[in-house]
Ligand binder design. Structure first.
Ligand SMILES: [Zn+2]
Length: 196
């Protein structure tokens, strides 16, 4: 139990894309599974939005962001500033402290790729969100050659292609445990983005 608590994070999800509730729920399950395989327990918060399915959420998410909370926005369309037409999302990672707190995932591109790969939209959405969480916890914009942190997702792949490596998992747990109250700072400067 103590182990679980020490490796736990909270994901504040804001769906402004109007993704159906059951798809969000499936994504949530995938995020929890993939992080659990990495030894990290994730609590999901459906944050209330002005419109769409999440407007029915009672969680306004207006309390102060704690050190181990991450914000994930699900949006459409992908902004024009993202030139890579295959990018499913991006994360902000502060290179000074090697961590990130805000990620964005593009619901329309996830839906399109899910159709191409013939996998469930919620499954791919969960994987895309977990990939961005990986960037934020690893504190790097780098991609790996294989596994969930690889940069190109054009093939359906095997189960191992959608998992963190043991080295990444260990590094992510360290990243979680380094997030202690008082050290957290979202500086708003030196932010950079990554593209899948
Ligand atoms: Zn990436």
């Amino acid at each position: 139990m103590a182990q679980q608590l020490s490796n736990s994070i909270v994901v504040r999800a804001y769906d402004t894309a109007g993704v159906p509730a059951d798809t969000i729920e499936q994504a949530h399950v995938i995020v929890a599974e993939l992080l659990d395989q990495a030894g990290i327990s994730a609590t999901w918060r459906d944050c209330q939005t002005p419109d769409g399915p999440m407007s029915r959420s009672q969680d306004r998410c207006d309390d102060t962001l704690s050190a181990r909370e991450l914000v994930v926005r699900i949006v459409v369309p992908a902004p024009r500033s993202i030139s890579d037409s295959e990018a499913l999302g991006y994360s902000h990672v502060d290179p000074a402290v090697h961590r990130g707190t805000l990620a964005t995932v593009f619901a329309d591109r996830v839906r399109e790729l899910a159709h191409q790969l013939q996998i469930l939209e919620g499954t791919l959405l969960g994987r895309a969100i977990t990939h961005e969480i990986g960037h934020m916890l690893l504190g790097t914009l780098n991609h790996s050659e294989s596994g969930l942190m690889r940069g190109h997702w054009s093939s359906r792949g095997r189960t191992a292609d959608w998992m963190f490596s043991s080295v990444e998992a260990s590094s992510m747990r360290d990243g979680v445990n380094a997030r202690v109250p008082g050290v957290f700072a979202m500086t708003g400067v030196q932010l950079s983005e990554t593209r899948k």
